[in-house]
Design a protein around this ligand. Sequence first.
Ligand code: BGC
Length: 910
Amino acid sequence: MATLVVPVILVCNYLVNPLGVHDANPRLSWQLSPVENRRGLAQSAYQIKVSSQPGGPADFWDSGRIASDTTTQIPYAGKALPSRTRAYWQVTSWDERGEPTTSPVGNTFWETGLLSRNDWTAQWIGASWHGAGQTGSPAPFVRRGFTLANKPVSARLYVTALGLCEAYLNGTRIGNDCFTPGWTDMKKRVQYRVYDVTAQLTAGENVIGAILGDGWYCGHIAQMGREVYGDRPKLLAQLEVTYADGKRDIIVTDDSWQVAAGPILENDLLMGESYDARQELTGWLTAKPAAGDWESAKVFPDPGIEISPSLTGAVQAHETLAAISAPRKTSGWGSTGFIYDFGQNLVGNVTLHLNAPAGTTIQIRYAEMLDANGNLYLENLRTARATDFYTCKGDPAGESWTPRFTFHGFRYAQISGLPSGILLGADALVAHVLHSALPEAGDFSCSEPLINQLQHNIQWGQRGNYFEVPTDCPQRDERLGWTGDAQAFIRTGAWNRNVATFFTKWQRDIADAQLPSGGVPAVIPGVDLVPGDGGPAWADAAVICPWTVYQCYGDVALLKQHFTELRRYVDFLGTQSVDDIRLHPSLGKWSGFGDWLALDGSGQTEGGTPKDLIATAFYVHDARLLADMARALNETQEAAKYAALAERVTKAFQQRFVTTDGLVTGNTQTSYVLALHFNLVPTELRPKLTAELVRDIKRRGNKLSTGFVGTPYLLHVLAREGQLDVAYALLMQQQWPSWLYAVTQGATTIWERWDGWTKEKGFQDKGMNSFNHYAYGAVGDWLYQVVAGIELDPLHPGYSHFLLQPQPGSVLTSARGSHRSPHGEIISSWKRTENSFEWEVTVPPNTTATARFPVPVGAKISEQGKPIAESTGVTRAKSDAALPTYELVSGTYRFSANWDPGISPANHAN
Ligand code: BGC
């Protein structure tokens, strides 16, 4: 640990040294490094200097010394910076003692991108050939040689594609991003990326090239067939070099580039990739390619869409998994097959290593599960072929291949097509785990191994489905940005990883997709699979997701950027209501997906909770969030307007759905959960609703019956309403429907359905049965918030002040949660016995926390051996009703509490 307070982790719009920034006022943030044994470390003032030169004078901006403890989201307010400008920044931070320290010189910057459309002089290029409605065509390889007068001192590649591209310079791949430029509505907007390629260029001859894939642009999307946006992939690239004397050269895509078809015969995100190694374009990245029919690239007219910066990390390969056992021989495609088990349901691709005669075609198939006979279970993939083919060139030294432009959701892979006599070992196939690059931000563990496996499954579900956009599933012919799933899981997602940039990008996709009516489609990017507004709990993601980003990261800029759209959306809900009941049945409109996949006895996929009840509950929620957003933006009138709307709709809700006895229409667990969670009933009725909810849970033998809508809030409601023991009983339940049933059946990700596979019934309906669907993983939020006990203080977005209040229960004897907040790592780690509670907590620099001890009021609490009253940085909270409560300044604490055996702590559930 440092001995000095140092501003560390300097980021601009959440990213370290981003290139291609378009924001006129990018937001700067830093953290203060913790200092051993020092409590109450905080900032008292800061000064930001922004310069055109590393360590130079603050010619772009000098904030001056600002007396403030703010360390995050500070908007740059200096000179307007033109395209291609690098701005070096340094911050001086004064601590609470008035001691200043300054971040290091020269290594922190952001760089502006190509801010105007006129900065792009490149033309869109591609091949003369293309596929058709169902079939693809060979991936174009494009290239161009060029000569540089000298070795440049600086070079940037600005690159995008309609489709996918992998760019190369002088034989070397540029960066390690995959599936770029990602997925946006390419009828309106495409993203570009910027790479610093200075080191890859030399004086004299150079070659630039790229391989183009179909991706979302012209490959299959869900069940919509191919060519949703266009007929063939195209590239737009601009290489800009600067020499020591300040002169510049620019190499752009145009008809001087050449194109050839190579070994990638077909590529498709859903269907797979086919590669014939005999057709490799040897030397295509050297001045004189030895193979290939190179022709002039075709130039295409500018589609006139927006070229926007990339705001978040691209998909990358993060981990490689080997098979956990020797491959198992089965019957395969025309020959023996070998099934590999990677021990983990994952999303990604594989590398194949083998030695076989030229012309041998190998098939690789992928599955999440095995059927009763030990064969790949493929039925749930629906029309996604998810099959790769590799034809060997017959290299006597062996050959290796990794598909580029496809990904699969799988735990098992089967290789077949080998000539008889060739046996494959465990090392012939390894799996690569691919997902959007988002920094890890948290972990949870406890004394119960099954819950630890649940947390593992939640994290893997997130990895596989935070893939360019928040998707529902990664394996079948769907893989869409389903809004309902995204909003159900976002809070949990934000504990595990830093998702701010990911959802900032997706919010732009939402804006692109918003309908003229103000409605928001069910899937974003808005492919027309489900036309019109996405309906309750789905379209509401438009409001819930940016609000969550604001809460977790203090990001007011995101709210500001989208406030008008969100207001338009909530006003639209008014047009969908009769007497303030959203989607009142008298309107006769399609009213959404209901409590999707609830097993509540209704026998319907959409569950038995009335859809207008769900709709109206979320209408209130949206209106309140909008009012809160307006408050955060100092829009006082708007805040009052939407707060009044929320109140009115709440009354309408009560009148229509709640009896004076506390019964809620539908009488499902989700009906009660929504009414309680969204505070839709008078306080005096809450115990009655809670009693009904608990009665239903108990009647089912301590089982839940909620679907996508009710599940994220179920345990929160129970814990808040004094039913912690019931919440724990549901958490620990091992019979389905429950979280742990899948875990006891060996699941390594979260399943789409509570009964995706059961001992009694086997596989559920093959038409919709994903084994990697994160929605039910939303319980992860409860593990961090209630079990480990780290909670946001909604009045202090971004964790500048937070709550520590673990609520131990059931058989758990210990739990630990950690979360890297915008200020640094928060830790809450406890162990308990019948009459003791040991608790280690870390409150990051520049933050404070309120700690509520789950111990009897008379317990003796000490900190590092001293009575708590003598502990530095700890003060007794003024209002501590039931539990001993203290205010903590930043620092690390080791508390221990003891009490006489027999006294039960107020909120322990047993
Ligand atoms: C998706 C879901 C989605 C649902 C809505 C399914 O096909 O996989 O996760 O929310 O449709 O109906």
